[in-house]
Design a protein around this ligand. Structure first.
Ligand code: WT7
Length: 676
């Protein structure tokens, strides 16, 4: 590894600021190298040291890490500290309150969608609320190993209920509250959840969303499919409706099913605020989180207790260089892995104070983020490239109204960040004083795997830089040969780290096929990657049939299946097209039955279909009528050509394998210029 900038003085690099280095956990590049080397050469000792920070009911003995990544041998598996006994919730709450005396410290400043709505929650209050919820879940019949679906907006009850599950050994399966009823139903059925936790409703900006209605539709859907496993539905009355009196009933007309539904207020608030944690094996499941799969059916990514605890905790501490007087804010939703790892578990494991934000960046005004940073004196800020690009559009004026001098480190996650957005973030938001940590990771990796450390790593805009401790990245070519030095190819990992997924819930075969089959001996990310002369990694984007819209992965197959469900559609093919704010957006080609016309009404119906089947994030931006799709003689759709048409590329390259090249001319002449 070479120090960047030494070989090419022309290259734009940003060195860590001196003031950060003074008391940073990893104060310089050499310290990073030393720790990295130790983590790779002596992983057992490295992770045993990290484990010492935590409470073990039964201490770790024997080997820390056991695994098989080679799909040609018997079964892929990863086990970390198996045999040790602990509890996640105890470690992130009781340990802070009892051992570290942080009971009075603020765990969360909750800031609601509407500016007046806020709450402050200390560690001891959080512990009590979690215990109440844990006792209530037990009353509802939840036992160790049961799955609990959580479909909640960004309110404190979301944190309470996930930690309550962790406390009693139940497995949470959180479904982002922007998903449709069918998406929710599919996830509930796949994990056979016994209980659903939801809310009456929520405002996103000015839009009112009736979550209980959607939840009822989801349960109805499960019933129709003959697999209704949910017996109880725990319903939170959202703060926004509580303070307006009976608003809920009037506006939302919360549909109620007395056999199954219980109000949170009635069972949780009256429950005891003490609950003995369930001691679990290090390898017992902690949660399932669904992520899009290239076949169209989402995969239930499974994480277990101890490895995930150690990994999210350590990455949080080092990547944000966390100190006890920090105020940290991650703008993600807990419904995604970013929120699981870096709003709930990682920060709490470090006794951090976080902002928990329910709203959106542009409501009630486009300076909302900056206002919140000023209000809570946020020092570490973590957001997504799509949010940065959105806010960039409004220029620097909204920023100038607020005092951002508390900021020390800025982070980004979710998709490759274009250098222009990186530089704006660094200059306009960070005033050139704050390192930008571009963190590359996945639902499957549990935590950051390629990332700078703010006081140690020289930055290059657009690069996720170097591996985190314990992570061994490789770049392979199409034949699975490892490439050395400067190279571009498939990004894979050679060895597990504690936070890597343990499986696809209920489907070992899919786990192996998706991640380990293409290159035996490696975990395959699905991303393309370039390594430069300094050993820095640059993610080039997905190389499978996945799209990244605003930092959310979608599978083309999933959207195609939704479109094909419409009675007018004979066939659909979906590709990505670059988008200035979302990064990528959906461009859909549809072949209609009986020469139907793609008029405005049908276009709207198709969009609605996708929203209903998946959710608003998957709404197509472009829909083009395709009298026929370009196919090879064997009938395979040539997506490359469709992608080029969508991007208005003039040179379509070699079309000789097409069964009927004329199809392409027709499609080119009917390209969509403007969004649907
Ligand atoms: C995919 C994982 C990790 C939490 C959010 C998304 C893309 C993520 C970066 C980054 C370039 C990135 C990759 C990855 N991605 N972070 N810093 N630079 N690409 O989690 O839904 O599991 O998506 O997001 O393509 O594979 P996810």
């Amino acid at each position: 590894m070479v120090v960047p900038g030494q070989q090419d003085p022309e290259e734009k690099i940003f060195l860590p600021p001196e003031d950060l280095r003074a008391n940073a956990h990893v104060p310089d590049f050499n310290s990073y190298l030393t720790l990295y080397k130790q983590s790779i050469e002596e992983p057992e000792e490295f992770w045993r040291n990290v484990a010492e920070e935590f409470y073990w009911q039964e201490p770790p003995s024997g080997q820390m890490l056991q695994y098989n990544f080679d799909v040609t041998k018997d079964g892929v598996y990863i086990k970390f500290m198996e045999g040790a006994k602990t509890n996640m919730c105890y470690n992130v709450l009781d340990r802070n309150v009892l051992d570290l005396k942080l009971g009075e410290k603020v765990a969360y400043h909750w800031e609601g969608n509407s500016p007046g709505h806020r709450l402050t929650i200390t560690y001891s209050q959080l512990l009590k609320q979690v215990c109440r919820c844990a006792n209530a879940l037990k009353q509802l019949g939840v036992k160790k190993g049961d799955r609990v679906a959580i479909y909640l907006p960004m309110i404190p009850e979301l944190v309470y209920s996930m930690l309550a599950c962790a406390r009693i050994g139940a497995v949470h399966s959180i479904v982002f509250a922007g998903f449709s009823s069918e998406s929710l139903a599919e996830r509930i059925m796949d994990a056979q959840c016994n209980v659903l936790v939801t809310a009456d409703g929520v405002y996103r900006g000015e839009k009112l969303i009736n979550l209980k209605q959607i939840s009822n539709e989801a349960l109805e859907y499960c019933r129709e499919k003959g697999s209704l496993t949910v017996q109880k539905c725990l319903v939170v009355k959202h703060y926004a409706f509580r303070i307006n009196g009976n608003d809920t009933c009037n506006k939302l007309q919360t549909p109620w099913n007395a056999d199954c539904d219980v109000w949170w207020d009635e069972v949780v608030e009256s429950a005891s605020d003490e609950c003995i944690p369930e001691w679990l094996d290090a390898e017992d499941p902690l949660f399932i989180l669904y992520t899009s799969g290239s076949t169209g059916k989402p995969k239930g990514v499974l994480h277990t207790v101890a490895g995930y605890l150690l990994y999210t905790s350590l990455t949080f501490k080092y990547v944000f260089d966390h100190h006890h007087d920090d105020v940290y804010w991650c703008t993600a939703d807990i419904g995604w892995i970013t929120g699981h790892s870096y709003i709930t578990y990682g920060p709490l494991a470090n006794g951090a104070t976080s902002v928990l934000f329910e709203g959106i960046p542009v409501y009630p005004h486009v300076g909302r983020f900056w206002e919140i940073i000023e209000k809570y004196r946020v020092s570490k800020f973590y957001t997504a490239p799509t949010a940065i690009r959105l806010l960039m559009k409004y220029g620097r004026e909204p920023l100038q109204k607020f005092d951002l001098s508390s900021l020390r480190v800025l982070g980004t996650v979710g998709e490759p960040i274009n250098p222009e957005a990186w530089l704006w973030y660094h200059d306009a938001v960070g005033h050139g004083r704050c390192p930008v940590v571009d963190t590359f990771w996945q639902t499957e990796t549990g935590g950051h795997v390629l990332t700078p450390l703010p006081a140690a790593t020289a930055l290059k805009p657009g690069s996720a830089t170097l591996p985190f401790f314990g992570v061994l990245p490789c770049i392979l070519n199409e034949h699975g040969e490892e490439l050395e030095g400067e190279a571009e190819g498939y990004l894979v990992f050679r060895k597990p780290w504690p936070g890597i997924m343990r499986g696809v819930y209920g489907n070992q075969e899919r786990f192996e096929n998706t991640y380990f089959k293409k290159f035996p001996g490696f975990y395959v990310t699905g991303d393309g990657c370039r390594r430069d002369k300094d050993g820095y990694y640059w993610i080039t984007g997905r190389i499978d049939d996945m799209l990244n819209v605003s930092g959310h992965l979608l599978s083309t197959a999933e959207v195609e299946a939704a479109l094909s469900e419409h009675s007018a559609v004979a066939e659909a093919a979906v590709v990505s097209r670059p988008h200035t704010v979302k990064g990528e957006c959906l461009y859909c080609f549809v072949t209609l039955k009986d020469c139907r016309e793609l008029n405005h009404t049908l276009m709207e119906e198709l969009k609605r279909k996708v929203r209903e089947k998946i959710g608003p994030i998957a709404t197509p931006d472009f829909i083009q009528n395709a009298p026929a799709l370009p196919k090879t003689r064997s009938g395979k759709i040539m997506r490359r050509v469709l992608r080029q048409i969508a991007r208005n590329e003039k040179d379509l390259g070699d079309l000789s394998t097409l069964a009927d090249p004329k199809v392409v001319e027709v499609l080119l002449s009917q390209r969509c210029e403007a969004a649907a």
